[in-house]
Ligand binder design. Sequence first.
Ligand SMILES: [Zn+2]
Length: 331
Amino acid sequence: MTFVCPICKGPLDRSEVAYRCAACDRTYPIVLGIPDFRVFPDPWIEIEDDWAKARRLVERFNDLSFEELVRYYWLITPNTPAHLAERYTRHVLGGVDRGIASLAEIERLTGPIAGDRFLEFGCGTGGFLIAARGRFGTVVGNDIAFRWLVLARKRLEEAGIDDVTLVCCCGEYLPFPDGSFDLAVASDVIEHTSDQVGLVKQALRALASGGRFFLATPNRLSLSPEPHVRVWGVGWLPRRLMAPYVKLVRGLDYRNIRTISYFELRDILKRAGATDYVITLPQIPAAELVRYGPRERALIAIYHRIVERPALRWPLYVVGPLFHAVVRAGR
Ligand SMILES: [Zn+2]
């Protein structure tokens, strides 16, 4: 994999311990074997603390299984309440199946994917990367959370995969040359990104002509609870009231999450220069239903019944639980 400077996209000099851009006078370190091209930190944790947590995971890397290492991660992250940690863990464990389902959906929507190069934004613990490695020759995963990439490495190792490239970077500042990939995906990522238009622009830049960008994101105006914090109706509030409201009712930090509505998603895609795209209302896979309570499962059943009937479907663009979008890159 050839890397370029995430800021100026110019060439880099590589040493044993770092990449360096002479033009920007910036150094990007290689930590625990993973290049760190971040230009700003994960909003949840400072860069040094992120590396420190990654080192704690590396200490247990050989004596724990992937699932045990994920649980250990939540054990050393006591700020996250146990019931949410359990929920996130179940979500992580479903990652490979979700990836396989998403790849099938992309091909169903826009035809077979030509090309062999795959990039995932916000790859987290690498479930989608494993799904993609069954289909693509070159697979690259990036995440702003350095510590999660250690978990991804463990998961890949357990799956017997040693040729996936893991890169720590900001989605708005990708360290890859133009046209490097044929499919880029961002599942549940754009709502965690500070510059949402910038992320889509970077995806389209990194894709070859005719390449595709798939994104999945929860609907801000969904009738089900906000998926990160399990609070009803957050998205209907003005943005400035969301974080204080979540703090009040759940005591949780909601400052770094920005879910989007159908109208906001369309606007972001247009502002990023996307002209050829489709936004869909996906079915919730059966494997995902375990994440929901009885009241939500009842809502999902109604949703599935309506979503299959085109004439009745349009209100779900406003209040359905989530969106998928596929954008075709042109040049
Ligand atoms: Zn540079």
